[in-house]
Design a protein around this ligand. Structure first.
Ligand SMILES: [Zn+2]
Length: 225
């Protein structure tokens, strides 16, 4: 079970931890019998169980990196879920259909809940797409740069967009708008968890009287790291 990161403010500092301590790690003041000026807030966890995210685009650390956390630099593996949370992902040996292994990843929903037509056809569509010759390793082989898990997911997303008469996404645009911001956020969250695991706390300066205190963790985190 993953621990949740919480955040509270004291003595001009923002303090990230898994549990509110008995005394402030910044100034040493005891909290026992006292109430914090502001309730601790939960920092949004960017990770979710991909098998519980139907019709979504998933990003996870590549297999060689399963022991490593998201550090922003590790290889990433991408996939697409069907309506039951089975993850279709393209590898050197062809398209895999994983029922497990994507329990901690970033998921981006690809359909709105009211797109009934699309949802009804999704599994059939994904299966047909995955069976195409271009993903058959005997027909066309995997290529590190040009024919990989990323091309598989992006090509599928573009087929879905085309079916909705929407414009196709270029690789760079897709990376910039869909992937990078979430990977960045996930990588920061991982760093935060590591810091807290090692040192119990992660402390940053937080200007007093900031009205956004506790409301905008991500943005504030951005400027502090
Ligand atoms: Zn303090």
């Amino acid at each position: 079970m993953e621990k949740n990161v919480i955040r509270f403010s004291h003595c001009g500092k923002a303090i990230f931890c898994f549990f509110v301590p008995e005394q402030c790690p910044g100034c040493g003041v005891s909290f026992s019998g006292r109430r914090l000026e502001e309730a601790p807030v939960r920092v949004p966890n960017p990770f979710s169980n991909g098998h519980k995210a139907p019709c979504a685009f998933l990003v996870a650390p590549a297999e060689e990196n399963t022991l490593r956390e998201f550090d922003g630099g590790s290889d990433l593996h991408t996939g697409i879920t069907d309506t039951n949370g089975v993850v279709y992902n393209y590898t050197r040996s062809g398209v895999r259909r994983d029922s497990q292994g994507w329990e901690r990843c970033i998921s981006v929903p690809l359909v709105q809940p009211d797109m009934f037509n699309l949802i009804n056809q999704w599994d059939q569509y994904l299966e047909k797409f995955s069976s195409a010759q271009m993903w058959d390793p005997l027909w066309q082989s995997f290529h590190e740069e040009t024919h990989n898990c990323y091309s598989f997911t992006l090509t599928f997303i573009n087929c879905v967009l085309a079916a909705q008469s929407k414009r196709a996404l270029g690789k760079d645009e897709f990376t910039r708008t869909f992937v990078l911001p979430r990977v960045k956020q996930a990588s920061k969250y991982s760093t935060l968890c590591q810091e807290i695991s090692q040192n119990h706390f992660y402390i940053v300066d937080s200007p007093k009287g900031d009205i956004q205190e506790g409301q905008n963790d991500e943005d504030r985190g951005d400027s502090k790291h």
